[in-house]
Design a protein around this ligand. Structure first.
Ligand SMILES: NC(=O)c1ccc[n+]([C@@H]2O[C@H](COP(=O)([O-])OP(=O)(O)OC[C@H]3O[C@@H](n4cnc5c(N)ncnc54)[C@H](O)[C@@H]3O)[C@@H](O)[C@H]2O)c1
Length: 394
């Protein structure tokens, strides 16, 4: 489903195209990788092996890491000082993967602003910021300096998000009416919400379910929460686009349990995605012959109405079963690098998307009893719009 070659959705187009190794792309963006830690090694470097990108330099405050990652990535040089990397003329864009300051703020806003001021495009890891004001600051700098900033909201680029989005847009699905998403995050106590340094885990992980919901339904209109004593929580919310939903954070679940389960219900149809690996589309239909209650003798359904189920397959090593493809890391980096190379605006994972995700985090910090209107948390008039095309082909 997420492979329809006629789709105008940029992520679908990436999944529908043949996966191409980096060295086969005709023009590669020359990037500097900043922050040589676990995420860069596990997911970004493997993903970059399939994007129109070439790592020409690395940077880490720990020089040994910068040096060994440069060797690993095939980069000709490395830095332990970010400002020096920004003076390297070869570097057209930076990929920031540096994490948090001691007060719990992501390092990204200051580093992204410095990069665009130095004329570099920016891709940054999640969480992009802890405050919408910092997203707005990055957007203002990007506009002033005619550069683009994209955010690694990988769930927006996943196979699940792409396929479910396509299913719920099908005419027979009807309008999405209800949604439930479970994702085992931990909600700190109300008292701790005032101290950003105690919210790192929440900020780090909340981005995932919220960006997935944002990709499917757009901005949350209002939200309420009920807390369990152990940090588990259930959020109740409505979206400006219409559906109502819940976000269940089962913090007490077993370590052997799958993490994520998404269900979207339309008007006579529903779709379920489990653990990022299985998607079931319950198309409009009936069990058996669709006879009245008490008369049906067969539970099977006509083939044209039976549920459709897609499942991951691990028989051989394919792009589709490499985690960095179906989890969204490769598509997000292809989308960023290809957009820059071809002089197009980043259309998914831009600062407007990030603003709404961060506004939800701000709302969590303010939530008392009852519903909170998100427009009271931050005025949508301040949300950066999708970035216009400001630059010609790089
Ligand atoms: N999308 C995902 O699934 C996912 C998964 C894991 C981590 N992440 C994100 O990736 C980021 C990094 O996480 P990580 O687990 O790799 O952390 P990490 O601590 O392993 O790596 C961060 C690296 O950045 C370096 N660094 C810190 N400040 C720097 C600076 N000013 N200049 C240069 N280098 C600097 C550190 O020395 C370290 O090597 C975080 O924002 C995290 O939320 C995303």
């Amino acid at each position: 489903m997420s492979t329809d070659p006629t789709s105008t959705d940029p992520v679908t187009q990436i999944f529908a195209a043949p996966a191409r190794p980096a060295f086969e792309w005709p023009r590669r963006l020359r990037v500097g990788l900043v922050g040589c830690g676990g995420q860069a090694l596990r997911n970004l470097l493997p993903a970059l092996g399939w994007a129109p990108a070439e790592v020409v330099a690395t940077c880490d405050v720990i020089p040994e890491r910068a040096e060994s990652y440069a060797r690993h990535a095939g980069a000709s040089r490395w830095y332990s000082d970010y400002e020096k990397l920004l003076t390297d003329d070869e570097v057209e864009a930076v990929l920031l993967c540096t994490g948090y300051l001691p007060d719990g703020s992501p390092r990204y806003p200051d580093q992204a602003v410095a990069a665009v001021e130095a004329g570099r495009h920016v891709w940054l890891e999640k969480p992009p910021a802890a405050r919408t004001a910092d997203i707005e600051r990055m957007a203002a700098a990007a506009r002033t300096h005619d550069r683009q900033i994209a955010v690694g909201l990988m769930k927006m680029f996943s196979t699940v998000a792409t396929t479910v989005r396509e299913v719920i847009q099908r005419p027979e699905f009807g309008a999405p009416t209800t949604v439930t998403l479970r994702d085992p995050e931990m909600l700190p106590t109300r008292a701790d919400m005032a101290d950003l340094s105690k919210l790192t885990y929440l900020l780090d992980h909340l981005v995932h379910p919220v960006s997935l919901l944002h990709r499917l339904f757009g901005p949350v209109r209002r939200v309420a929460v009920e807390r369990a004593p152990n940090g588990g929580a259930v959020f109740l919310m409505s979206f400006a686009s219409g559906p109502v939903g819940s976000l269940h954070m089962p913090w007490g679940q077993s370590g052997t349990s799958p993490m994520e389960r998404l269900e979207v219900v339309g008007e006579g149809a529903n779709v379920v995605a489990e653990a990022g690996l299985h998607i079931t589309y319950y198309r409009p239909g009936h069990r058996g012959a669709g006879l009245p209650y008490g008369q049906g003798a067969d539970y099977s359904t006509a083939a044209g109405e039976a549920p459709l189920r897609w499942a991951q397959d691990g028989y051989s090593g394919q792009p589709y079963n490499m985690n960095h493809f179906y989890q969204g890391y490769t598509p997000e980096l292809i989308h960023f690098t290809q957009s820059i190379v071809e002089g197009r605006p980043v259309a998914v994972g831009h600062l407007g998307d990030a603003w709404h995700v961060v506004r939800f985090f701000e709302a969590c910090r303010q939530l008392e009893d009852g519903f909170l209107e998100l427009d009271r948390v931050a005025d949508p008039a301040r949300c950066p719009q999708a970035q216009p095309v400001l630059v010609g082909p790089a």
